[in-house]
Structure formats: C-alpha cells, structure tokens
Design a protein around this ligand. Structure first.
Ligand code: KIV
Length: 252
C-alpha cells in the first residue's frame, strides 16, 4: 500500500464505483439520475458519436464542447474529461489544457499512459487539478501498437504496470482506469494502491467498473467489444420508432 490520496473527489465515490462515459446533456442527465457515480467525457466520443475508426482524430475543442453539454446534465456525479491525443505534449501544455477542461465544467482530467507521463501528471496535480490515470491498453496508441491488445500477459509487463500504477498514485492521481489488463494483474494493482481502480475489460477485482455508454445500452450496434455486456437495445428502439414514424407519415 502506498500513501492515501487527499483528493476531495474520493469522498464522493463508494466502492464498488460505477463509472460510464457520457457525451451530451441527455445522456449525462440520464446517467447521473440513474446514480452512476462518475461520468467520463471520453475520447471514445470520436468513435461512438462521430463514427471515427479510433480515438486519434479527437481534438481538445471537441472534448471541451462535449464537456459543456455534459456539465449541464450532471447534479451529483464526478465529471472527468479526457485530454485527447496531442493535447499534452509537455507539462505546460498538459496544465494549460487541463485548466480549459476544468473551466468547461470538468471536476478532473484524464490522460493515457504511465512512466512516460509522470512529469505531466505531477504538473497537473501540483496545479491543484484532480487527475485520473489510464493504464493498460491505451487507445490513443492503437495505431503504433497495431490493434487493441490485452496488457500484462508477460511477467515483465505485469511488473511494469504495477510499478507505473504506484508511480501515478505517488504523482497525485485520485483513480486509475485499467483498460484490457489481465484480470490477475488488475487485481494485484488494485491491492497495491490506496486509490481506486476502474476496470474495463480487466476483470471484476477492481474498485469499480467503467464502460462506454453505447456498449452498455446497445446504442452502437455495429461494433461491441468482446468484454462488453450489452444491457439494452437503444439502436433497436430507434429503428422501431423510426419505422413507426415512417409508417405514420406514409398514410396520414
Ligand atoms: O474514452 C473512453 O471512453 C475511455 C474509456 C474506455 C475508459 O477512456
């Protein structure tokens, strides 16, 4: 165990922590009203809302726009916004762009990566900005890595992940998203930290879970990640209501 974070956002989270992405006012209002504890304006917006192939085309202006929409729909949940690719090339840029996200309504910011990002994380938290880390599969690097791959399969990779998580906690992160991490490694990271972990595709032994809204609700039927459980049929409901509308206006 390392030293506990003093981030005030932690007082608003109870284990098991529930977290989900939200990208606009109605989805934020519905998620917040349902009692989800943490909402993420994730750069997955570039895929499930904008139809992009991956998250590498998302800009800071887009995340700012979506953060403003989501802020209007949130009463209780903690609101975290992603720093998209190329918006945190050095510590100064990371702090300046984090401030813009906070001004747009975020309670905290998130960026992807471990040891390579510690100087930026430290700069963000030293500026008094709450920070959520993201380890494991890093979607912003999908092109360099040639696909979405499970992380922590080798002993060395597992050791590096645990060490990076500890370094991120030490740099002031209040939580860490673990994406596509081997479940046993995610469990070990969770045991080693005093801040919570939010798993996605990383098993159930995390402090909480985070999902993409469209995966959970069945709103993006063209692709569902293998680990995602789909609990709804939003796409089917839209198709049904549109068919009813077309039928209605075809014979008024
Ligand atoms: O952008 C996003 O949706 C995310 C989640 C996968 C955690 O970072």
């Amino acid at each position: 165990m390392s030293s506990p974070s003093s981030d005030p956002l932690l007082a608003r989270l109870r284990e098991p922590i529930s977290a989900i992405t939200a990208y606009d006012y109605p989805s934020a209002r519905l998620c917040d009203g349902a009692g989800v504890q943490l909402l993420l304006v994730g750069d997955s917006v570039g895929m499930v809302m904008a139809g992009g192939e991956d998250t590498t085309g998302v800009t800071l202006d887009e995340i700012l726009y979506h953060t403003r929409m989501v802020r209007r729909g949130v009463k209780s949940a903690v609101l975290v916004s992603d720093l998209p690719i190329h918006s945190y090339e050095d510590p100064e840029e990371a702090v300046a762009n984090s401030r813009r996200l906070i001004e747009a309504g975020a309670d905290a910011v998130k960026l992807e990566g471990g040891f390579g990002q510690i100087d930026k994380v430290r700069a963000i938290t030293s500026a008094g900005i709450s920070f959520c880390a993201h380890l494991g599969m890093l979607p912003q690097r999908v092109r360099e890595e040639g696909g979405y791959k499970k992380k922590g399969k080798s002993e060395e990779e597992a050791r590096t992940l645990v060490a990076a998580a500890l370094a991120l906690e030490e740099a002031g992160a209040f939580a860490i998203v673990l994406e596509s991490v081997v479940p046993e490694v995610a469990a070990e990271i969770t045991r080693s930290l005093s801040i919570p972990t939010l798993g996605i595709g990383s098993g159930w032994d995390c402090s909480g879970q985070i999902r993409v809204l469209h995966d959970v609700t069945g709103a993006y039927p063209w692709f569902v990640p293998p680990f995602a459980r789909v609990h709804g049929d939003v796409a089917g409901e839209m198709r049904r209501s549109l068919a009813a509308y077309l039928d209605e206006i075809s014979r008024p």
